[in-house]
Design a protein around this ligand. Structure first.
Ligand SMILES: [Fe+2]
Length: 228
């Protein structure tokens, strides 16, 4: 484990305070169920940071560095009409850390409902063994800081390592203090008690619910722009 493990609270607390997204919004509290993002070109919906969404091909068509063929331009017209815009999430201002278990916090980066895939960053506050769980979808993980492993395997993931977990696998997670990992998760996770009986099942909406409940409790404005 690195000796320079990041303090989990200092800079993030400061950043949340400076956030343009998480202003106190009394009229919003308790109403998130009715506040699905509005359809339209702005992927961040209403009442959230408005970033200009340029026509996607403008930068390419107007570029002096490259000229596309007529076929290329024609294909770009289809892309402009049917593709989804690129999305930028500011890791400090557009989302926030919140508790998951006593020693574990996570920060949502994306909720994608077409495939039930969600992206989150986990960070561990103390060296901890977490519950045994089974995946019903696939998972990939990129380690940003610290070390983590599963009891069932002999590898230890360190910064820069990449892990893939496949549907049906069962494993028991261990993370050292200060570890930070980006997980991309599809489908559901089943968590088990120590005796092997099923404890609960969680999917994209379970995690989103935790995020929205946290925002409600802390009187923060949740970012509907995370649904993309
Ligand atoms: Fe897992």
């Amino acid at each position: 484990m690195p000796s320079s493990a990041e303090s989990p609270n200092a800079s993030d607390t400061e950043n949340v305070n400076k956030s343009r997204v998480f202003d106190i919004a009394p009229d919003f509290i308790g109403s998130y169920v009715q506040s699905r993002p509005a359809a339209g070109p702005n992927p961040f919906g209403n009442n959230l940071p408005t970033r200009p969404v340029p026509k996607k091909s403008d930068a390419i068509i107007n570029s002096t560095e490259s000229k596309l063929s007529p076929l290329g331009n024609s294909e770009l017209a289809l892309a402009d009409k049917y593709s989804s815009p690129d999305v930028y999430i500011d890791g400090e201002k557009d989302t926030c850390w919140h508790p998951f278990t006593d020693n574990l916090e996570w920060k949502p980066m994306r909720f994608e409902t077409r495939t039930g895939t969600f992206v989150l960053v986990l960070r561990i506050l103390e060296d901890t063994w977490l519950g045994k769980h089974r995946h019903r979808g696939s998972v990939s993980a990129v380690t940003l800081k610290g070390q983590w492993n599963y009891k069932e395997y002999d590898w230890v993931a360190k910064p820069g390592d990449y892990v893939v977990e496949n549907p049906g696998t069962i494993h028991t997670l261990h993370m050292t203090k200060g570890t930070k990992v980006v997980f991309t998760i599809s489908g559901s996770l089943e968590f088990f008690h120590d005796d092997g009986t099923l404890k609960n099942t969680m999917d994209i909406f379970s995690y989103a619910h935790l995020y929205y409940e946290h925002c409600k409790k802390q009187r923060l404005k949740p970012n509907d722009g995370l649904w993309y």
